[in-house]
Design a protein around this ligand. Structure first.
Ligand SMILES: Nc1ncnc2c1ncn2[C@@H]1O[C@H](COP(=O)(O)OP(=O)(O)OP(=O)(O)O)[C@@H](O)[C@H]1O
Ligand SMILES: [Mg+2]
Length: 221
């Protein structure tokens, strides 16, 4: 069975009397352990597609299956379990909680998943991840005390805290310098190869897209 199957996925938004076809009839199958990059013009529906796969936005028509189950049919605990345990999200825009430190931000998905306070082993893992993204010296810094690229790296660390099966990354290296970007890509590739984590990554960087195993270019609607 494929890990993810998209069947004629369409999303139409309505603003006043105008309709916007954000995603138009996308069908594809993605195997566990694939590294798929998505490119396409601004406004071509890349973020919308990731949000549909992640169960954040419901498609107007068509279906998304995760391990054979229809994601739109998930609700309540099943939906939280899907989002929290299976997926690590790296959002396009700043998504850190301003009143939590870097380490607390990384730990937040653990609290959502387990509905308990974090344990020593969770904290150790958060520190390990922050070290991996080069922020071992910023554990207790608040987002306002971090640069844009550093905040982005906290969000990258956070995406891995629950050992996800799938990473949905929306321009994850958008505000990083070339060297840090390459370092993050090496980490993604390593996690992809060693742990068979599936990656779906939106990027404007055609060089990065070329490095991935498979590419999807969003059509202009
Ligand atoms: N919540 C919404 N309500 C109405 N229209 C929306 C909404 N979200 C997105 N859109 C519209 O859907 C289209 C696709 O948006 P989306 O954010 O998916 O594009 P994108 O490919 O991620 O663009 P970018 O590269 O600029 O991030 C755009 O025309 C956008 O204006
Ligand atoms: Mg986008």
């Amino acid at each position: 069975m494929k890990q993810i199957t998209l069947e004629h996925v369409t999303k139409t938004y309505f603003i006043d009397s105008e309709s916007i076809n954000a995603v138009h009839n996308v069908s594809m199958e993605i195997d566990k352990g694939e590294f798929l990059s998505i490119t396409g013009h601004s406004g071509s529906g890349k973020t919308t597609l990731l949000s549909i796969i992640g169960g954040i936005v419901k498609p107007s028509s068509g279906t998304v299956l995760f391990e054979g189950n229809d994601v739109s049919s998930f609700d309540g605990d099943r939906l939280s379990e899907y989002r929290c345990e299976k997926i690590g999200f790296i959002f396009q825009f700043a998504s850190l909680f301003q009143n939590l430190t870097a380490k607390e931000n990384v730990l937040l998905p653990v609290v959502f998943r387990t509905r308990r306070n974090t344990l020593d082993k969770d904290e150790k893992r958060a520190v390990e991840l922050l070290n991996l993204v080069g922020l071992g010296d910023k554990l207790n810094a608040y987002p306002s005390q971090l640069s844009g690229g550093q905040q982005r790296r906290v969000a990258i660390a956070r995406a891995f805290i629950n050992d996800p099966q799938l990473i949905l990354a929306d321009e994850p290296t958008g505000d990083l310098d070339e060297e840090t970007e390459a370092e993050m890509m090496r980490y993604f590739t390593k996690m992809n190869e060693e742990r068979e984590i599936t990656f779906i990554m939106v990027t404007h960087n055609t060089e990065l897209a070329r490095q991935s195993k498979r590419q999807l270019r969003m059509p202009v609607s």
